[in-house]
Design a protein around this ligand. Structure first.
Ligand SMILES: [Zn+2]
Length: 186
C-alpha cells in the first residue's frame, strides 16, 4: 500500500501537478477506515510516517489533526461514492482553466475518450471546506474527476493509479486548451 502512495506522489510532484508540499491522497480501507497523507507532507517524498489511518466518518479521532486538511473533502466523497481512492492536485493548467470555465470540455482525443466533460465547482472557502466537500462529492457521483475553482482537481478511482490517471489526463487536456487559447484568440 505504501508503495502505491509513494510512486503516485512522486509522479504528481515530478509532473508538476503539485508544488513541494501540495496535494493529498487517500485510499478506502476495510472496516470503515481510510488512509490519507499527513498534513504538511512532501507528496513527492513520502515516508510511511506520512500516511495516517483514521475513520471514514468524523468521530473526533485525535489523529484527524495529523491528516491532510482536505480530510473533510475526502470523507464527503467516500460517503457519496464507491471510490476506492482519491487523488487531489494543484495542476496549474487545470487551475487556470477552472478560473475561466464552469465546465472543462477537452478537445484532444485521449481526454475525450477518458474524461468527457469535467465539472468545475465553486465554494466560498476552498481549503478544508465542508461546502466544497459536498459539492465535489455530488459531482463525483457520476464523474471520475471534478475541479474546485481556483484550487485544483479531485479525482476518484478504484486505486490511486486510476485516480492519478484522471488528474494527469485532465492536466494534459487543459494544457492543450490553454495553448489553443494563446495561439487562437477568441
Ligand atoms: Zn489543495
Amino acid at each position: 500500500m505504501f508503495d502505491d502512495f509513494a510512486w503516485v506522489g512522486h509522479d504528481l510532484y515530478v509532473s508538476g501537478a503539485v508544488s513541494s508540499h501540495g496535494g493529498n491522497m487517500s485510499v478506502r480501507l476495510a472496516g470503515d477506515r481510510l488512509l490519507i497523507t499527513r498534513t504538511g507532507s512532501m507528496i513527492g517524498r513520502l515516508t510511511p510516517a506520512d500516511l495516517i489511518e483514521t475513520t471514514l466518518e468524523s468521530c473526533g479521532d485525535e489523529r484527524d489533526a495529523q491528516c491532510s486538511v482536505e480530510l473533510v473533502v475526502h470523507r464527503a466523497i467516500y460517503a457519496a461514492t464507491g471510490a476506492g481512492a482519491i487523488v487531489h492536485a494543484h495542476a496549474v493548467n487545470t487551475v487556470a482553466r477552472s478560473l475561466v470555465s464552469d465546465e472543462i470540455v477537452p478537445v484532444d482525443s485521449e481526454s475525450l475518450l477518458r474524461l468527457e466533460s469535467v465539472p468545475v465547482v465553486h465554494a466560498e472557502h476552498t481549503i478544508g471546506s465542508a461546502e466544497a466537500g459536498a459539492k465535489l462529492a455530488a459531482a463525483l457521483r457520476t464523474r471520475r474527476v471534478a475541479v474546485l475553482k481556483g484550487h485544483g482537481p479531485f479525482a476518484v478511482g478504484e486505486t490511486l493509479e486510476d485516480a492519478y490517471q484522471a488528474i494527469s489526463c485532465l492536466e494534459a487536456s487543459c494544457r492543450v486548451l490553454n495553448i489553443l487559447a494563446a495561439i487562437r484568440p477568441a
